[in-house]
Design a protein around this ligand. Sequence first.
Ligand SMILES: O=P(O)(O)OC[C@@H](O)[C@@H](O)c1c[nH]c2ccccc12
Length: 271
Amino acid sequence: MSTVLDQIIRGVREDLSARRSALPLEQLRDLVATKPAGLDALAALSAPGGVHLIAEVKRASPSKGALADIPDPAVLAAEYAAGGASVISVLTEQRRFGGSLADLDAVRAAVTIPVLRKDFVVEPYQVWEARAHGADLVLLMASALQQGELTELLGLVEELGMHALLEAHDEDELTRCLDAGGRIVGINARNLKTLEVDPSTVSRLLPSVPAGVVGVAESGVTGPDSVRDYVGAGARAVLVGEALVTGADPRSAARELLAAGGRRVDVEESS
Ligand SMILES: O=P(O)(O)OC[C@@H](O)[C@@H](O)c1c[nH]c2ccccc12
């Protein structure tokens, strides 16, 4: 039986081949050569002083449908940055999440902190694309990749001067992420095959992430209490989408989550 993940990846591959016809890899590589170097997302997420926030620009999800309009992702990203986020995550998958590479461009132009391209990366072309559109960090999901692909894509991400967030949602995937050499590893509380969120996945798996690897808790943060729980389980960063995009004030919401994780954010004059 085909899972939601299989269906998403099928659509991603179709959209990808259309983009590749419009812009062949060779030209994409030339474009990458003209871009300034990426920012160090590993350093950003390793800085001491409490939990780090990876704040996500997320318009929709397969489980909930439309979440937020987000007329201007640049404005939202700037609010996240002002609220103390260390990294901005931009979903670029179009069919189920309503994202695009244009959103990535807009966010890249709006902030000076590292930006994550969040998509279902299954081919090297998408890694080149991420760099061409200014990403510093690329999501690689163990559930979507064979081990050889995971290792190969991680190698390309690093060769292009970026870092990868390797994502696992069970023991086997976590072992694979660590074996591949992941230095930033996320535990996703959402099972992308069933879309169910189970925060205990994070508390079960995070303790197995070694101290030298940045452990990220992903999905299911509904407020400060969730952050406290994830940090208690050993999270050095939390990745939050829905709770931030559906609230009235993303800057204050970001600050509140960070405060719950022990990070003090200097309050700037609000613009
Ligand atoms: O909206 P939430 O529950 O805060 O979740 C954010 C993020 O973890 C989720 O968007 C996510 C985690 N891994 C993914 C992989 C693909 C697409 C989306 C995701």
